[in-house]
Design a protein around this ligand. Sequence first.
Ligand SMILES: *[C@@H]1O[C@H](CO)[C@@H](O)[C@H](O)[C@H]1NC(C)=O
Ligand SMILES: *[C@@H]1O[C@H](CO)[C@@H](O)[C@H](O)[C@H]1NC(C)=O
Ligand SMILES: *[C@@H]1O[C@H](CO)[C@@H](O)[C@H](O)[C@H]1NC(C)=O
Ligand SMILES: *[C@@H]1O[C@H](CO)[C@@H](O)[C@H](O)[C@H]1NC(C)=O
Ligand SMILES: *[C@@H]1O[C@H](CO)[C@@H](O)[C@H](O)[C@H]1NC(C)=O
Ligand SMILES: *[C@@H]1O[C@H](CO)[C@@H](O)[C@H](O)[C@H]1NC(C)=O
Ligand SMILES: *[C@@H]1O[C@H](CO)[C@@H](O)[C@H](O)[C@H]1NC(C)=O
Length: 803
Amino acid sequence: MEKIQISLFFLTLLPLLSYSSRIYVLDKGSSISPNEDLVISSPNEEFSAGFQSIGENAYVFAVWFTEQLNDGNYTIVWMANRDQPVNGKDTKFSLLYTGELVLIDAGEITVWKSNIDSISPVSLQLKDDGNLVLVSYTNGEYIWQSFDSPTNTILPEQRFTRNSLLVSSRSQTNHSSGFYKLYFFGDSVLRLLYDGPEITSVFWPPPWLNAWQAHRSPYNNSKVAYLNASGYFEASDNFNFTTTDYGVGPRRRLTLDVDGNFRVYSLDKEMRSWKVSWQGALQPCMTHGVCGANSICTYDHERGRGCSCLPGFKMKTPGDWSQGCEAGFKITSCDPDASKFVKLNHIEYYGYDIGAPGVGSHDNFTYEQCVNYCLDYCNCKGFQYKFEPEKGVHTCWPKTILINGYRSNGFRDSIYIRTPKEYLITYQNDHVFDYQCSRNTTNLERLYYKKRPTQWLKAFMYATIIVGAFEILCLLIFLYKTQSPFKKTPRGYLQVVTGFQKFSYAELKKATKNFTEEIGRGGGGIVYKAKLIDSRVAAVKCLVEANQGESEFLAEVSMIGNLNHMNLIEIWGYCVEGKHRILVYEYMDYGSLADNLVLNKLDFEKRYQIAVGTSKGLAYLHEECLDWVLHCDVKPHNILLDSLYQPKVADFGLAKLLNRSGKENPSFSRIRGTRGYMAPEWVRNLPITSKVDVYSYGIVVLEMITGRGPNVARSSNGNDVMEQGSVVTWIREKMMQSAEDEKSWILNIADPALNGEFNMDRMKILIKIALWCVEEDKDARPTMSRVVHELLHSENDGKENSM
Ligand SMILES: *[C@@H]1O[C@H](CO)[C@@H](O)[C@H](O)[C@H]1NC(C)=O
Ligand SMILES: *[C@@H]1O[C@H](CO)[C@@H](O)[C@H](O)[C@H]1NC(C)=O
Ligand SMILES: *[C@@H]1O[C@H](CO)[C@@H](O)[C@H](O)[C@H]1NC(C)=O
Ligand SMILES: *[C@@H]1O[C@H](CO)[C@@H](O)[C@H](O)[C@H]1NC(C)=O
Ligand SMILES: *[C@@H]1O[C@H](CO)[C@@H](O)[C@H](O)[C@H]1NC(C)=O
Ligand SMILES: *[C@@H]1O[C@H](CO)[C@@H](O)[C@H](O)[C@H]1NC(C)=O
Ligand SMILES: *[C@@H]1O[C@H](CO)[C@@H](O)[C@H](O)[C@H]1NC(C)=O
């Protein structure tokens, strides 16, 4: 008995010994210093306060989670002197007899103080929630608390108030104040501001939305926000969210990260690491200033965000993208003859346009006019030249700063950068950036024009960004004085904001003749044919399970609507009224791949082109790099054919729009997809990645090859039999059985409707790729862009063979 007690005693003591020595109270007249190895601990020992080393002989006085992470780091949640680290020697953090807290560096320099005196007896304590407080012995009041002055993190139950400000760290390793700030603006709306070395701009909520449009209320002046222990966040401006792991449980923190996004992290006790359980959901490259000036931001599904310099430029401060890039050349003279322009595709730069106030663009300019306009200004660094399909003209946007550059295959326009005439930039358009995105085929064809905000609004928006926060406030006040709250926003404006049209329910009711002509079902809704007022024929999809709020719906719809690719169905608009959540798509005359297969309308060549097109559409979805735009329900019914039998993938992005009953449901809590096309990960509860779409794609290709659904195979007696996944097994068996005679087994599995008329090389390629895509192990499957690459290569080979 005694032995047991002794060993228990040692067990509990050992972890304590490995830590610094702990105290729970710091009294008047006492102090701690960095070389003492002494920490103030919360009673539950979850938090510690004391000196943290942040570099060689550099310390901050901080509060951190006692739990050491698996990488050996501690998670700091508060710092007294982040911008002025102190020495290890002769440094003291003291509670003076006056009741003031001071941090004194090198014996004399006061680096930080609490600025509050108290003659009554007080002591410094660390509370269980991570709040470092100066408590009065007489009444238990907090005379000072660290929760009042957060650095980059707030903890559950910590009040974020009108006086609070979160400032990101400078970098992962440098804890001093960075460029991003989160606080309540004068109009009581919580916003994110980029306050960089060159520019200042608000980017969340999107600056082109006024408070009401962003679903914020500027009327509640209490300016308070907090995250509760269950993972529910609420701000007085009506902004609220729940984390994906909602519920009492893990330790959480909300941190404004180095990259300008703010995230809620939950502690995984077992792994001793933090997991993101919510984030500001900003498109990573839309965060202002993230790559600095003269650089390009790209986002890749697998590797995350990346920055690169414009060709001819190099990084200003290696290791620090926020400083951007500087030119490797000098434009020494303003002589127009000394400059030329280099064209870069698929890149857009926001803001800083030269033009009449409020109008950054110049409409109906020829390329030469735009060149000459830019050359007229010494400080013109280049220009964006683009076609505006709505106006039918080209517009010219000369720039004074090239910042907020974003590269996306969705942009069909180009930026032209100004360089000295004799300066040789050796690079090939479109290829120089390959190293960032693992795609070999960057030249996906694009026939669709991206619908963008019209010029006046853009100019207006940029002007607002430039003049910064102050101007935005004036504008907001103006907007909400001239517009009563809750009044519906004028349609034109919203259309501009989201890039497509908002329809009223009545309008769609009329267009669909009271929802009578049903053309499809599934994917979470019923699809009707409709004739719009402008006599366009549309497919109108009423979502039955979409139950999220209007703003969330709108945010997601506008993201989906921004994806433009010739192999994706185009969204024309949406309707959100009361319970109705409706999407309006272009109508496809030839119906779905499923219909066409049944009706036997597709020869092999068409099938092959459909496989190529579909893979391009999916590759674009995956590489457009919005993590959540996995398709998740790839099947022949969701691949529609235009009048040239070009495939267009439909229903993408719906995975997120549907089935999210909010609170306790993580995004992918429910199995979605269609039996037979679903990857094994769904059933086995493994992580869902873009490889689920690759699997489904493989099944679809097999269906085009064999003319048989995923669960149908031919038994030995020639009859069709149903069996889950049997098409794959069946083909693999056939392959094994007649390994030598390739031709015969291929003829054996090929859709009889093809009558043996197909290009054998292409057929082999299709089979190879399809089987590769349906590998059980997701890591063994190719990425969608790899599939595109393989198909295009084999296409070339095929041509060579036929010559
Ligand atoms: C701590 O964090 C930094 C920055 O994320 C990282 O570079 C380092 O490897 C981590 N581990 C240690 C032991 O410092
Ligand atoms: C951290 O960043 C600040 C601000 O840019 C800079 O002054 C300081 O030297 C940096 N500290 C380290 C250790 O790099
Ligand atoms: C957090 O807030 C939600 C919503 O108000 C509430 O249902 C929940 O009980 C709260 N959790 C805690 C731990 O206070
Ligand atoms: C303002 O917000 C606070 C905190 O969210 C809330 O308690 C209060 O009821 C709100 N006031 C009004 C008038 O909505
Ligand atoms: C949460 O946000 C939604 C959408 O903006 C809003 O409708 C709702 O009223 C908010 N809830 C609270 C409790 O503020
Ligand atoms: C654009 O300019 C050309 C030549 O100046 C003119 O003929 C044409 O009508 C203009 N187009 C528009 C849409 O203004
Ligand atoms: C891209 O193509 C090159 C050569 O064509 C090849 O070596 C490389 O593996 C390909 N990369 C990917 C990701 O497919």
